[in-house]
Design a protein around this ligand. Structure first.
Ligand SMILES: NC(=O)c1ccc[n+]([C@@H]2O[C@H](COP(=O)([O-])OP(=O)(O)OC[C@H]3O[C@@H](n4cnc5c(N)ncnc54)[C@H](OP(=O)(O)O)[C@@H]3O)[C@@H](O)[C@H]2O)c1
Length: 260
């Protein structure tokens, strides 16, 4: 059976760790040439090594999503390396404080820049290249925080909800170019970051990490966190030809959290 992304070139922002790293490895396993990106060269090169060890093709390009010039350079260098671009997945993300009183102008600006501004400018630079390749896919990593008011950082929720609307808007505008644009909205995913958050929250409440996780997953109908691989399966589906008629959607991957 042919691989789902054979011959495709994919740029994935925020792929030095976590969901993006798993995505880079997963996309490469499906035949894509993957451009791994983030600020940490060391971690990025480790991802590239892991892909090459499994027989895949990848390279690392450092880029800070706070800098539009870096985003433009990322796309240009990716196309210079592989001659085309089929998939742009903006996955980089940060977390912020929960309360309005704790917001500073810098926190607000960074949150909007890393998630939303980088998505807009990433699309701006990626679209002409994907069009030149005859069409392809743009994917954003949103969050259930962008779909439902829950206990998430205010600025994070605002930025993630913006990605849902951006995906819809671009899906309509770019449909004639055969460019599909979608947003994945993970719930709580079992990542290094999740483990760190669990430790911090448990400490604040004076309980063990295990006890905090037990309480936390009670709100999820499937009774567990989502795995990185489950997020990657959805991402892979949406960028592949298997989803050739799907554009403008915000797909929750949340163990049923939004259904409650
Ligand atoms: N984990 C969850 O439960 C969960 C749930 C819903 C949505 N999400 C979303 O999924 C995405 C990945 O989450 P994760 O848990 O895998 O996060 P993570 O482990 O904290 O990784 C974040 C990634 O973003 C990159 N990044 C952060 N700031 C950047 C900047 N200024 N410029 C370039 N890259 C930057 C980091 O790379 P460098 O440090 O190398 O720059 C890293 O690769 C995020 O958009 C997040 O909001 C996560």
């Amino acid at each position: 059976m042919p691989l789902a992304l054979q011959g495709k070139v994919a740029v994935i922002t925020g792929s030095t760790v976590g969901i993006g790293k798993a995505g880079a490895i997963g996309f490469a396993r499906e035949g894509a040439k993957v451009v791994v990106s983030g600020r940490s060269r060391q971690r990025g090169e480790e991802v590239v090594d892991a892909i090459k060890k499994q027989g895949g093709e990848a390279s690392f390009i450092t880029a800070d999503m706070l800098a539009v010039a870096d985003i433009e350079r990322l796309i240009k260098k990716a196309v210079a390396a592989y001659d085309r671009l089929d998939i742009f997945w903006h996955n980089a993300g940060i977390v912020g404080p929960d309360n309005v009183e704790d917001i500073t102008e810098e926190i607000y600006d960074n949150m909007m820049a890393v998630h939303l501004k980088a998505a807009v400018f990433g699309a701006k630079f990626a679209v002409p290249e994907i069009r030149r390749a005859g069409g392809g896919s743009i994917l954003f990593t949103g969050s259930i925080a962008g779909l439902k008011q829950a206990s998430y950082s205010m600025t994070y929720s605002l930025a993630k909800s913006g990605l849902v609307m951006l995906a819809r808007k671009l899906a309509v505008d770019l449909a004639r170019d055969n460019i599909r644009v979608n947003c994945i909205c993970p719930g709580r995913v079992e990542t290094e970051r999740r483990v760190a958050i669990a430790g911090q929250k448990a400490q604040e409440l004076g309980i063990t990490k295990e006890e905090w996780v037990k309480r936390d997953i009670q709100r999820i109908p499937l009774g567990r966190y989502v795995t990185e691989q489950e997020v990657i399966s959805a991402a892979l589906f949406l960028v592949s030809d298997k989803a050739s008629s799907i554009t403008g959607v915000a797909l929750p991957i949340d163990g049923g959290f939004l259904a409650v």
